[in-house]
Design a protein around this ligand. Sequence first.
Ligand code: GUN
Ligand code: ZN
Length: 444
Amino acid sequence: MQITSPILEAEMRQGYRAQILHFPQASASPKSDYVFITDGLLVTRNDKIEFIGDYKSNINQYDNLKLVDYSGKLLLPGFIDSHMHFPQTEMLASFGEQLLDWLTDYTFPVENKFADKDYASAIAEVFLRQLYRHGTTSAMVYSSVHKTATDALFTAAQRQNMLLMAGKVCMDRNCPTWLQDTAQTAQQDSADLINTWHGKDRLHYVITPRFAPTSTEAQLAALGELAKQYPSVFIQTHLSENHNEIAWVKSLYPNRKHYLDVYDHYGLVRKGAVFGHGIHLEQDEWQCLADKGASIAFCPTSNLFLGSGLFDLAKAEQHHIPVLLATDVGGGTSFSMLRTLGEAYKICQLKGNQLDPMHGLYLMTQGAALGLGLEHHIGNLNPGTDADFVILDPMFDELSSLRFAHHHTPQDLIFGLSMLADDRATVATYIAGKPVYQAPRGDL
Ligand code: GUN
Ligand code: ZN
C-alpha cells in the first residue's frame, strides 16, 4: 500500500486567488454559457488543475496551501493561437504587398534563413517568449520547409512542457528552388518528424502543405497517404485567402470543382484539419468543410493587413464549422490574441454583425480546443485538464485604469481588453503549472 504524506501532498499543490473566467463546456451560446467567479480559487497539483471554485467557501479545506494572491486580476485559460508561422517572427509588419507578392518579396527570403539550425533554434526561443508574454500557451504553427528548423521548434517547446502543434512546410513548386522539397522528401521528412515528435510529452505533429499552388499533385497525394497512415496527426494549410490566389489554384487544378476540392481529393479534409482564412468560399466549400468536420482559422489582423478580405464568421457558424481565432504571424501584425479579438470584432461589424466578446473569447479558448479535439487538455479550467492559464491585469495603464475604474460586467471587461490591451496586460503565464512568463513589475 502506498503511504502518502500530507506534507508532500501540500507541497505539490498550488493555489491562485483571482477573478476567474472560463467556458467549462461546449456551447452554442458562449455569450451566456461562461463561468465567472469574482473571488475565485484555482488549485493546481503538479501539472494539472485540481480544483476551481469560490475562494471563501473552499479555502478552509486546504491546510498549508501555497497561495499566489492575484485578487482583482483576471485568471483565464491560456490562449490558443490556431495559425501562425514561426519563421515569420522577424518579418512582422513588412510594408505594402498583397499575398502573392508578399510571399515572394518577404516570406521566402526570410524562410531561407531557417536552413541554419542554430538560427532556427534562436528564433524558436524568441517566438515562444513572444507567445508567453501575450498569454498564449498553445499554438498550431507552420515551420519552414526545413526538417531541422522543425526539430528546433519542437525541442524548444518540449523544454517548457508546452502543448504545441507544428509541422514542416511542404512545397515542391512555384517557390524558389532553394526552398523546395519533393513529393518523396516531404513525405519522408514529415514521417520522420511524426515518429520523433508526435505524442511525445504534449507535442503534436501537423502535416503542412503550404497551400495548393506550391505543391504538385504528386506531393499532395504523398501527404494524403501520410495523413491516412497517421489518423491522429493534425493537418494545416491555407485556403481561399486572396482572389489572385484562387484564380491561380483554378488554373493549376482545372479538374477540381473548387479550391477545397484540391485538398479533399487527396484526403486532406477531415476533423483535425485547420484551413487558414477561408474568406472567399463557394457554397459547396462551406458544405464540404461542415460535412468533414474540418475547421477554419480566422486571422483578422492578417486579413486586414494583406488586404485579403472580410471573413464571414456568421456564415461559418450557420454551417456549424468550428472557427478558431488566430494571429497568422507574420501576415498578422500582433502576437496578441486580445488584439486579434478586437480586430475580429471590427471585421464582424463590417459584415453587419456584432461579435459578442464572450463569443470571441470562446474562439480562442474552449471553442478552439473543441475544434481540435483537445478540450480534455486545454481551453478551459476544468479539474483534470492541464494547468495552462494566464493572469491579466485589466488596469494595466492609466487609460485602462480609468476605463475599468467603475463596475463592469465580464463582457465589458473582455471587450475593453480586446480594444485596449496587449502584452502590457499580462501579469503571468503558466504552462503545466509552471510560470513561463512574469511581468517585470511582478505581482508574485
Ligand atoms: N499562403 C501561403 N503561404 C502563406 C503564408 O505564409 N501566409 C499567409 N497569410 N498566407 C499564405
Ligand atoms: Zn498563414
